[in-house]
Design a protein around this ligand. Sequence first.
Ligand SMILES: [Zn+2]
Length: 140
Amino acid sequence: MIEFNEDHSQEMRTHGERDYPFECCGLMLGRFDNGRKQVVETYPISNAREEEAKRNRFLIRPEELMRGEKYAREKGLDVVGFYHSHPDDRAVPSQYDLEHAWPTYSYIVIAVEKGQAADLRSWEMEPDRSRFNEEEIMTR
Ligand SMILES: [Zn+2]
């Protein structure tokens, strides 16, 4: 289960709309609390992919991830998950997303249809890496 507030949700949606028709991505910083993730803030990251590939794949450069982790540590927080958008596609992780994911983290996918943020869903990878399971979102 992942817990965040309306502002976090709005920030991720707005980021997805801003980067449309490309994918946006970012981190969710917060705390792990007995298997539950509590988001304290979102951390937008630009999409690192080449222009032509931006439309359907997200990638966070290692140095950007390190910068985000450092920022989180300074605030006493952890990276609890990642978010990215799917322009004109469903809020469901792709095969590519599965192949580039790690267990434990939350993966939020925001569907952006014709420039408007629609569905926002959270996913967690099965420990054997075979698939994603939808994760419950609790909005504070
Ligand atoms: Zn994706």
